[in-house]
Design a protein around this ligand. Sequence first.
Ligand code: NAP
Length: 272
Amino acid sequence: MTHFTGKVAVVTGAGSGIGRALSVELARRGAKLAICDVDTVGLAETEALVKAEGADVKADHLDVSQRELVLAYADGVAAHYGKVNLVFNNAGIAFTGNIEEMSFKDIDRVMDVDFWGVVSGTKAFLPHLVESGDGHIINISSIFGLFSVPTQGAYNAAKFAVRGFTEALRMEMILNKRPVKVTCVHPGGIKTNIAKKQEQVEGVDHDQLAKQFDKLARMSPAKAANIILKGVEKNKARVLIGADAWVLDKFVRLTGPRYARGVAAFSKRNGL
Ligand code: NAP
């Protein structure tokens, strides 16, 4: 028996990276999975991995930026399994460029997936989590939800917003005595496909960006998933992943608004 045995867990963005690793680790711990992604090929691979662990799995195409579809999906998962216990709002995209050069459309796209996707997933599943009597919502922010960096204005905005939304939700669940725990996750660099898949403003070299990311992102998605699940077991309000996340979080808190100078210098030195 583990903390997750017999629980129904939803993972968005399960076709790759952290979402795939979370799905596999949850399956190993005896959870029943509802996994979704826009990438149906990646999703089918995750589905096979989860099945190989002997877990029940429901796999669906879902674009988390489509609110009506997310609402219908939540009802579908609840009807399929009869309950929902855990929701990992993990699906996300990256985008690089200076704010002067980003279009409104670029910013909207990042906010639609990385922020509104989390809001829709939270609101859609919340009634089902309350009804289960044993719910937990886990929203994936980033270290970029703790401090800003140049060229990540849209991503920073979305990830700060996820953090604000999630921390308020945790307080409300406690104050209103709802049976739903709430955790906000802030990964540092994790070796996934996020940088390879990302878009950028014109003039920014995509391959160079992906290379820089691979240099800085050290941790495997499996290790990240294990840290997240440990945090969920302990009902942590905030889960930081990786030495980079711990060091940078301390640095930002110690230096206050002056952190920007250090981060800008680091970005320049590393060609970010
Ligand atoms: P990943 O390997 O690219 O996986 C993300 C998955 O989400 C992909 O399969 C992607 O499909 C899918 N997705 C994208 N847009 C979607 C949408 N609208 N609806 C449903 N699924 C969608 O990235 P990852 O690194 O595992 O990222 C997972 C989460 O961790 C994200 O929220 C990310 O911001 C966060 N995070 C990652 C890092 C890191 O260093 N990797 C650090 C901090 C935070 P496509 O491949 O087709 O786009």
